[in-house]
Design a protein around this ligand. Structure first.
Ligand SMILES: Cc1ncc(COP(=O)(O)O)c(C=O)c1O
Length: 381
């Protein structure tokens, strides 16, 4: 695998117009819009204008299949294991509601997970949510899961990459710990595919959620739910839609049979504009080769971290580079003010409590990384 050459990087950058105008280092909030995504959207609009509803049968149902297939490939899954839902929260709800409790009443999460994950069980008085606390404020040791997961545990529900520290969890080990105790593993992977390799089958997890919004540059309005093949038919969601019906277009009103694949978890017509931008965004990134994408995110992240440390900035990142990802938290007394100041300099980053959050993607340059390091170290008055 070779690194992107300067002309290759230039060609890639030309596909993301925001990079012409701004130093865009906020892909963990919203991946940049590509010309490829726009072209898919133009196609969607044109067919809507010219074909109307007939575009559904001739084109748009095919687009849904195409997206499920591409998402499956990227996640190391089969297309029949992928369901399309409107948001990560919706996908998590689907999982939380579809699984029989078998007398178990505990869910193990961590204090670093995105809140919408534990919320799924905090609303259920009959469930006790056990939170693992981070010892270093950055990550969780897998042994912490092993210490608490037992035959009362219904789910081990946690993130692949923590949104507020960039720490990459060992989901294979976490999946093993859950399985040994007879619990389900549910991984919120919103911050992973597109910036680090993901192989859900090799990891052996039961459920995995992700979506196009962030590192896949596909925009808001959709999420992807992976359900392990041999689990699908054993689960019967207590809610449903015609997309989940075995013969969707038979329009039988008086009988219902679930589909045999993961589409049994789908909840009606997905956001078609996003289906199109998701295809385009993923295609733009895949065009340079995923391994090179991951390698470049690593390279830029390390440069960012080293640059910050050399300027005496304090960071919330893990010591072990293998556990880091393209989310770098820079400690700051007034993160919102700093983000506004950087915005005036056309540098787009984000903030979370106590920190400025910087997230470089494959399309960023070393100069852009150096620019944000420089601006952060100068501060503002
Ligand atoms: C890790 C993670 N999970 C879930 C969410 C929320 O997803 P949704 O708004 O699609 O429910 C986010 C943030 O946007 C996130 O970073």
């Amino acid at each position: 695998m070779s690194a992107l050459s300067p002309p290759e990087l230039e060609r890639l950058r030309a596909r993301f117009p925001i990079l012409d105008r701004r130093t865009y280092l906020n892909s963990c909030s919203l991946g940049a819009l590509s010309l490829d995504a726009e072209a898919y959207l133009d196609d969607f609009r044109a067919r809507w204008h010219t074909m109307g509803a007939s575009a559904w049968y001739e084109h748009w149902m095919g687009r849904l299949d195409q997206l499920r297939e591409r998402v499956a490939t990227l996640h190391g899954a089969g297309a029949t294991e992928i369901a399309l839902l409107p948001s990560t929260s919706a996908a998590l709800t689907v999982v939380a509601e579809s699984v029989p409790t078998r007398g178990r009443n505990r869910v193990v999460c961590t204090t670093l997970d995105f809140p919408t994950l534990p919320y799924q069980w905090l609303v259920k008085p009959e469930i006790e949510v056990v939170f693992l606390d981070s010892h270093d404020g950055v990550g969780i040791d897998p042994q912490q899961f092993a210490d608490v997961v037992d035959d009362r545990t219904l789910f081990v529900a946690t993130s692949h990459v923590f949104f507020s520290t960039g720490f990459v969890q060992d989901i294979r080990t976490i999946g093993d710990i859950a399985r040994r105790a007879g619990a389900w593993s549910l991984i919120d992977g919103y911050q992973a595919p597109g910036q680090i390799p993901v192989d859900v089958r090799a990891a052996g997890v039961d459920f995995y959620t992700s979506g196009p919004l962030k590192w896949l540059c596909g925009g808001p309005g959709l999420s992807y739910l992976f359900v392990r093949d041999d689990l699908i038919q054993a689960l019967r969601p207590p809610f449903t839609s015609w997309f989940a019906a075995k013969d969707q277009f038979a329009f039988e009103v008086d009988r219902f049979e679930f589909r045999d694949d993961a589409r049994r978890f789908e909840m009606g017509t997905p956001a078609l504009p996003t289906v199109h931008t998701a295809l385009g965004g993923q295609e733009a990134l895949a065009s340079v080769g995923w391994e090179r994408v991951f390698e470049r995110v690593r390279l830029l992240t390390n440069r960012l971290i080293e640059g910050c440390l050399a300027r005496g900035l304090s960071l919330r990142v893990h010591d072990d580079p293998a556990r880091r990802s393209g989310i770098v938290m820079v400690s700051h007394p007034d993160p919102a003010g700093m983000v506004r100041h950087l915005d005036e300099m056309d540098i787009v980053v984000d903030h979370r409590p106590g920190h400025v959050r910087v997230s470089p993607h494959v399309y960023n340059t070393e100069d852009e990384v150096d620019r944000v390091v420089d601006a952060l170290s100068r501060g503002y008055t």
